[in-house]
Design a protein around this ligand. Structure first.
Ligand code: PLP
Length: 358
């Protein structure tokens, strides 16, 4: 039996896609082999890889002047790859700090170049996005980095920043959750394990004029141009994850694409926030305009009930609701594969739990 899985990542995947992968696991397209057992350079796998990229391009309307890279090392590797590819040691870069993942991205960049924290939400305990009018931008910055959705704090930008420097976005927990205008960005990167597929893959969408700027000493596998020139096959890519991502992209197209997902995701998030706000028992600390559609953290009126809540939720088939270890409380992640039915079941459970313990 499948549970309702609210994991933050690795996260729930569409059942239809899991079943398809299961059905073709040992004999992929009549080959007598698994897709994992064939060369990444075979005609058959190259076709899979090419189709996955084409579907992603279609889903996000990625313009031709952008390269799509299928890389390894997760989003964390990109925290270093971004400055390695876009700066020299004397370059300055701007970072907007809205939570744990921005802090990590920023910390890594400091090892390579001069980092200016243009805006910092630490003072508000990461419950909002600082208004752009107060950002302190560096003239001539090599780029501005931000985290459109903070997975742990549940803070999401309600706007795309408008800056002169190339915009770099860590979209790990928001990519494909709604339409975006790719042409506003210099680089978009996203670890796969939330809205794309299994972990081990990181999608990087990079504007071509930003290729070829890597500093000397950049490892080839982290060099955007080297990867782009080799079709992301400079070395052996994570073939199963790439194949699986391709199946997810097809599933997304069958769902009506990212516009339809956006409507669904908005409805899911609205339902859960309504439940929280109307309960008088649960609380979400994030400023309403910056509340995430993908990750909804909340606390109970009495923290002593946390364990009981988690145990009873598990018994009701509602899993992976514990907040991140650094903040505690609860968090429900509502990525694309999480249905409105799952969110309804969670809301009903929460209200019933509040009635019994409130
Ligand atoms: C927004 C964001 N950035 C970066 C990461 C780190 O990703 P990875 O573990 O794939 O390196 C995560 C992981 O959850 C994340 O949510």
């Amino acid at each position: 039996m499948r549970v309702f899985n609210f994991a933050p990542g690795p996260a729930a995947l569409p059942l239809e896609v899991l079943e398809q992968a299961r059905d073709e696991l040992t004999d992929w397209r009549g080959s007598g082999m698994s897709v994992m057992e064939i060369s990444h350079r075979s005609k058959a796998f190259v076709a899979v890889a090419t189709e996955a990229e084409a579907d992603l391009r279609e889903l996000l309307s990625i313009p031709d002047e952008y390269k799509v890279l299928f890389m390894q090392g997760g989003a964390t590797a990109q925290f270093a790859a971004i400055p390695l590819n876009l700066t020299q040691p004397d370059s300055s870069v701007d970072y907007v700090n809205t939570g744990s993942w921005s802090v990590k991205a920023c910390g890594e960049a400091r090892r390579y170049c001069k980092v200016n924290v243009a805006a910092d939400a630490a003072a508000s305990n990461y419950t909002s996005v600082p208004p752009p009018s107060r950002w302190q931008l560096t003239p001539g910055a090599a780029y501005l980095h931000y985290t459109p959705n903070e997975t742990i704090g549940g803070v999401e930008f309600p706007f795309v920043p408008q800056v002169d420097a190339p915009l770099v976005a860590d979209m790990s927990s928001t990519i494909l959750s709604r339409p975006i205008n790719v042409s506003r960005f210099g680089v978009i990167y996203a670890g796969a394990q939330k809205n794309i597929g299994p972990s081990g893959l990181c999608v990087v969408i990079v504007r071509q004029d930003l290729l070829g700027r890597a500093r000397a000493g950049t490892p080839s596998v982290w060099n955007f141009k080297a990867m782009a020139d080799d079709g992301s096959m400079l070395n052996t890519p994570p073939t199963f994850a790439w194949y699986f991502a391709g199946l997810v992209f097809k599933w997304l197209k069958r769902q009506g694409g990212v516009a339809a997902m956006g409507e669904r995701n908005r409805a899911k998030a609205e339902l859960l926030y309504r439940t929280i706000d109307g309960s008088g028992f649960y609380r979400n600390p994030v400023e309403p305009a910056c509340r995430s559609w993908m990750n909804v953290p909340f606390v109970l009126a009495d923290g002593a009930l946390d364990q009981t809540f988690l145990t009873e939720a598990n018994q009701a088939g509602l899993t992976n609701l514990a907040g991140h270890r650094s903040v505690g409380g609860m968090r429900a992640s509502l990525y694309n594969a999480t249905s409105i039915d799952a969110v309804r079941a969670l809301s009903e459970f929460m209200l019933e739990f509040a009635r019994r313990h409130g």
